[in-house]
Structures are given as structure tokens and as C-alpha cells.
Design a protein around this ligand. Structure first.
Ligand SMILES: COc1nc(N)nc2c1ncn2[C@H]1C[C@H](O)[C@@H](COP(=O)(O)OP(=O)(O)OP(=O)(O)O)O1
Length: 155
């Protein structure tokens, strides 16, 4: 793929005991899929600040202990924009998850994650996050429902 630009995004997975918090995306990119919370990093903020802001905006949780555990690059065939996605996690947070205009949050048991309604890449890297691993990966999609190739390594 010939990438001509790069968007920096965040993705936050909150854990509580043996549960993880996902949100049903209600609009925009990835609508109809369960995902972590996140979005574009805004000018003037650090990637960590962007992750904290998106977590608060999308489900009303705050966390001062987000840890970056993964770096995922997503490309879509015939789209020159590469999505550089920084993955954070924490099991320490304040507040109760609340539905917002963008996301409807729900706790899932780690052995009952709704992979059928998630981005296809999630089933490769989310188990690593759950096991406490750090990872980096690249996924090339054709459309939103097919992975043409990928590479994923633990660090
Ligand atoms: C393609 O594979 C992906 N898999 C997963 N699990 N997550 C992905 C994938 N591609 C993007 N994402 C994540 C990264 C971000 O957390 C969101 C997309 O953020 P969005 O485009 O909604 O960014 P916002 O800043 O919230 O957008 P607006 O405020 O402009 O709606 O998905």
C-alpha cells in the first residue's frame, strides 16, 4: 500500500476483575461494532491526553493510570490514510460508565467477548491485552469485513 497520510488515534480498554468494558459505536466510523473507547488525537494534546479525553467523552469514565500496551496500524485497500492506533488499558478508573451520543457501554466477561460484532482484528490482539502482553501489529483490510494480511508481534 502507498500511504500518503497518517491519522493518530487512541483506543482504551478498561478492565474490572474478569470483565472488560466495551462500547457499542452508535455513529460514524465503526458504527454497529463493539469496541474500546477512543478517537483522533487533537492538535496540542499528547496521545495519553487524547486517550483520557476520549474515555471521558465517550463513556464518562476517568482514569489517571492508563498504560499504553499496543500499537496497531490499520490500512484499507485503496485508501491512502494509515490509522496509527495507540492501545491503552487500565483496571483503575473513576465513575460509572454512561451512554453517550457516540457509545453505549457494557461490561463483558473476558470469556464472552462479542468478537462476531467487533472489528476482525480484535480477536488477534485483544487476547494478548487480556493476558497482560504488549504488542504491535499491522492489518490490511479490504472493506470493513475482510483482512487481506496482518502481522502481529508481542514485545
Ligand atoms: C480497522 O480496525 C480497527 N479495529 C479496532 N478495534 N479499532 C479501530 C479500527 N480502526 C479504528 N479503530 C478505532 C480507533 C478509534 O478508537 C476509533 C475511531 O475513532 P473515530 O474515527 O470515531 O474518532 P473520533 O475522534 O471519535 O471521531 P469523530 O469525533 O470525528 O466522530 O476506532
Amino acid at each position: 500500500m502507498s500511504t500518503t497520510s497518517r491519522k493518530v488515534l487512541t483506543l482504551v480498554i478498561i478492565r474490572k476483575g474478569s470483565d472488560i468494558l466495551l462500547g457499542m459505536k452508535k455513529r460514524g466510523f465503526g458504527a454497529g461494532k463493539w469496541n474500546g473507547f477512543g478517537g483522533k488525537v487533537e492538535p496540542g494534546e499528547t496521545i495519553l491526553e487524547g486517550a483520557k479525553r476520549e474515555l471521558q467523552e465517550e463513556c464518562h469514565l476517568t482514569s489517571d493510570s492508563l498504560k499504553e500496551v499496543g500499537l496497531l496500524e490499520f490500512e484499507f485497500k485503496n485508501d491512502p490514510v494509515l490509522l496509527e492506533t495507540h492501545v491503552f488499558t487500565s483496571n483503575q478508573f473513576q465513575g460509572e460508565p454512561k451512554e453517550t451520543e457516540e457509545m453505549n457501554p457494557q461490561w463483558f466477561s473476558m470469556d464472552n467477548i462479542p468478537y462476531q460484532q467487533m472489528w476482525l482484528d480484535d480477536k488477534y490482539w485483544l487476547p494478548l491485552l487480556i493476558q497482560g502482553e504488549q504488542f504491535k501489529g499491522y492489518f490490511l483490510f479490504e472493506g470493513h469485513e475482510r483482512i487481506l494480511n496482518y502481522d502481529l508481534t508481542t514485545l
